[in-house]
Design a protein around this ligand. Structure first.
Ligand code: SAH
Length: 216
């Protein structure tokens, strides 16, 4: 089945990513390489490369492959980057980031999800991912500043600690909006100035925490 999954990934790139404007070679290579099926439970593996999100337990979901690729591309990653991710979930997005850049820091508030993600990182020998269970809306001050920050849950606004912990120059990508619908927001810090723009409409699970939603 190894080959079978490799073929499904090649098809994913051809059919879901290239036609929709994913062009960053590093992102395409990472999407073709990271075994998404190993991040979901066994019963869901045959569907892992479909054009849709999947449940990962605890009421959370792993984003559709295209959204993972789009957010990764919007970060404009380089090999030297140190990246902070909020919302580890199953760990798939973190693994895609880790395939491209130097070091990934990822924070998840639900402990059992983080424990499972860590087992998958070990299995895949992804040694450039450091993770912790905590409220990611506070960032991870100890390792700041970060060249890039990605938030994979939707919140009412960009948490202030994350903007503070972003390097200059730096890029942050996060779904911002109400509880049901958000806009993928790209914030850029450059020469002391902060600008932001909106990409497409998206639907993410909630960012819960001190600088996110206060209730489910
Ligand atoms: N990047 C993940 C997507 C997981 S869904 C993946 O590839 O699977 C979003 C995740 O954000 C959920 O697991 C949810 O528990 C987590 N989350 C929500 N609020 C959070 C917070 N304040 N800090 C850390 N994680 C949070």
């Amino acid at each position: 089945m190894r080959n079978g999954y490799e073929k499904l990934r090649a098809r994913l790139v051809e059919e879901q990513l290239l036609p929709r404007g994913i062009h960053d070679p590093a992102v395409l290579a990472a999407m073709a390489a990271v075994p998404r099926h190993l991040f979901v439970e066994e019963a869901l593996r045959p569907q892992a490369y479909g054009d849709f999100p999947l449940p990962i337990g605890e009421g959370q979901t792993i984003s559709q492959p295209y959204i993972v690729a789009l957010m990764t591309q919007l970060l404009e990653l380089t090999k030297e980057d140190r990246v902070l991710e909020i919302g580890t979930g199953c760990g798939y997005q973190a693994a895609v980031l880790a395939a491209i850049c130097r070091q990934v820091y990822t924070v998840e508030r639900i402990k059992p999800l983080l424990a499972r993600a860590r087992r998958t990182f070990d299995r895949l020998q992804l040694f450039n991912i450091l993770s912790k269970a905590d409220d990611g809306t506070e960032g991870w001050a100890e390792h700041a500043p970060f060249d890039k920050i990605i938030v994979t849950a939707g919140g009412p606004s960009i948490p202030a600690p994350l903007t503070e912990q972003l390097a200059d120059p730096g890029v942050l990508v996060m779904p911002v909006g109400d509880r049901d619908l958000q806009a993928l927001t790209v914030l850029r810090k450059q020469a002391g100035e902060i600008t932001s723009r909106i990409e497409e409409r998206v639907r993410f699970v909630k960012l819960l925490g001190a600088h996110g939603w206060k209730t489910e």
